[in-house]
Ligand binder design. Structure first.
Ligand SMILES: Cc1cc2nc3c(=O)[nH]c(=O)nc-3n(C[C@H](O)[C@H](O)[C@H](O)COP(=O)(O)OP(=O)(O)OC[C@H]3O[C@@H](n4cnc5c(N)ncnc54)[C@H](O)[C@@H]3O)c2cc1C
Length: 368
């Protein structure tokens, strides 16, 4: 039975809770606001299925990158509302138009981030854009399995650990599944996000990657307040790795280990690639891990520019490397548990990290 003693050994993918035939595993939030499995021991029948689907207990091999491309969505509006170059929408449109189903992360009515699916083009809108909160998988793996068994094409998108969880949950390779992961800096705590939102007024809109100030200088829009990402307490605590999950520091699913067919990322190093033009509107980097992924991309009918995978990773190490654990990570949480709002403000507003981020921004400007 799953028994999380060391929190670095649970990525919160929820595969165990969905696979349990007794439905006796519930995901419960800890004091840091991350969900962990808790087993009802009286109902457990010791079938060990939960252990067999855990990405932290079953680490697969790394996968080679078959191809690496730069690309953008040709529709300017869709590209603008996407975090990178809008490749997610291109892939998803293709699958929906082919009668398939697309899974992704959206906000619910309380601005929590949840996984869900859609069978329509209009239904893709809430999935667009990165939400920097660990999403709740809910029943998505079970639903995806049902669609796959019906022979429907399924595009499942998520973080590398969610893709790894899905693949292990399914226990067999379905030829009608395309698994697409986002490059992942790490997943922030849903509890911290909830706390942060409580301090905001009139939240009618949230956009973590508002490009009206440019792709590089993206802003965070919460309600009517728009701030540069280096000026937002929530984003600073995220980007300095204080609010990400313990397991992200030793992610078991990066470097193709999740079993994804495609990885989508920002092509932050575009300036170093003379064959490409940087209009600061967002360009996607796409790493392809399987022929199935390559085939779907080619069916999208867009220009794919070959780029060297190493030159992409050089400017975007999160694609391959795990986040660095800050020296004061434990201290942050010790303080957060006692005084959540004060700690977010303190680390966000007055911290060395913020000065460092600002300093980096100035250097970047000077180099331009
Ligand atoms: C937590 C997180 C960390 C990321 N870290 C990096 C990084 O370090 N470097 C980098 O290059 N890119 C990172 N990305 C990915 C990047 O921001 C874009 O999401 C990706 O390049 C796709 O962009 P797009 O323009 O094609 O489409 P978009 O429309 O921007 O993509 C939306 C896609 O992201 C998925 N998604 C959104 N929020 C979540 C979530 N909370 N959990 C799971 N899936 C989600 C949606 O389901 C959809 O598939 C991160 C994304 C997330 C969610």
């Amino acid at each position: 039975m799953i028994d999380v003693k060391d929190k670095s050994q649970c990525c919160g993918c929820e595969a165990c809770s969905q696979r349990c035939p007794q439905a006796c595993i519930t995901m419960q939030e800890d004091e840091r606001g991350f969900r962990y499995p808790v087993v009802d021991q009286d109902a457990c029948i010791d079938c060990h299925l939960c252990e067999q689907v855990c990405p932290c207990l079953n680490k697969p091999e790394e996968k080679e990158t078959l191809a690496c491309f730069a690309a953008i969505h040709p529709d300017g509006e869709i590209r603008h509302s996407s975090s990178s170059g809008g490749i997610f929408t291109l892939l998803a449109d293709r699958v929906i138009n082919n009668g398939g189903v697309v899974f992704g992360a959206r906000f619910n009515e309380k601005w929590e981030v949840v996984h869900d699916y859609t069978e329509t083009i209009e239904g893709l809108t809430p999935f667009r854009g990165s939400k920097y909160v660990q999403s709740e998988i809910g029943k998505s793996y079970i639903q995806a399995e049902e669609f796959l068994k019906q022979g429907r094409e399924v595009l499942f998108t998520g973080t590398p650990c969610q893709i790894a969880g899905l693949k292990l949950f399914l226990r067999k390779d379905y030829p009608n599944l395309i698994a697409v992961e986002v490059a992942c800096h790490g997943v922030p705590s849903p509890g911290v996000w909830r706390n942060y939102l409580q301090g905001q007024q009139n939240v009618a809109e949230v956009n973590f990657r508002d490009k009206s100030t440019g792709w590089r200088n993206y802003s965070v829009l919460i309600g009517r307040k728009k701030r540069h990402h280096d000026d937002d307490d929530y984003m600073i605590c995220y980007l300095t790795n204080h609010t990400i999950r313990e397991s992200c520091f030793a992610c078991p699913s990066k470097q193709g280990k999740s079993g994804a067919d495609i990885l989508m990322a920002d092509l932050w190093g575009i300036k170093a690639l003379p064959s490409l033009q940087d209009d600061n509107k967002g360009t996607s980097a796409i790493l392809v891990y399987s022929s199935r992924g390559l085939s779907l991309l080619q069916q999208c009918g867009i220009d794919l520019t070959d780029v060297e995978v190493d030159s992409v990773i050089k400017y975007n190490p999160s694609i391959r490397d795990c986040a660095h654990r800050p020296d004061d990570y434990d201290l942050f949480w010790k303080k957060y548990v006692k005084t959540p709002k004060w700690t977010l403000k303190r680390y966000g507003s007055m911290s060395f990290s913020k000065m460092l981020l600002r300093f980096k921004r100035i250097i970047r400007k000077m180099m331009k």
